[in-house]
Design a protein. Structure first.
Length: 140
């Protein structure tokens, strides 16, 4: 397989107009995956999830962690059910070390009564959680 052969097409967000397709090559995806993995400092001992769907680029971002021996987990369900508890229950049960959340999820959870730091044992989760949007003030 050649470096420049197409692997997949991702679409831009559409925030500046109609979403545009962007073709990514095998080699480009691999280089980006390694670059992100080094930035994230993935380790084989890490357990990582990002609440996402296969149609969002964060799914690819999560799968890339496999290159570093990191265990990944995907959640199939409504993370807002039962006052936002399912995602935190999984984080505790699986001992996740890296947790990726979207800004809308965090904003919605902040309006609820959930207090993950008090309700769940999150000792394995690294101090800096990830979000796919604007910075969020500490409060969860």
């Amino acid at each position: 397989m050649e470096f420049n052969e197409p692997l997949w097409v991702l679409f831009t967000s559409g925030t500046t107009g109609i979403p545009k397709p962007v073709v990514h090559s095998h080699g480009g995806v691999l280089l980006e995956a390694y670059k992100v993995g080094l930035h994230m400092d993935y380790k084989p001992s890490d357990k990582f999830t990002w609440y996402t769907t296969p149609s969002w680029m964060m799914w690819n971002f999560t799968v890339d962690a496999l290159l570093f021996g990191t265990t990944i987990l995907f959640y199939d369900g409504d993370p807002t059910a039962r006052n936002f508890e399912p995602y935190w229950e999984i984080t505790e049960k699986e001992g996740l070390t890296i947790l990726g959340l979207s800004a809308p999820y965090i904003h919605a959870a902040m309006k609820s009564t959930i207090e993950p730091g008090r309700q769940f044992n999150l000792k394995n989760a690294q101090g800096d959680w990830l979000n796919g949007g604007a910075a969020i003030a500490s409060g969860l």
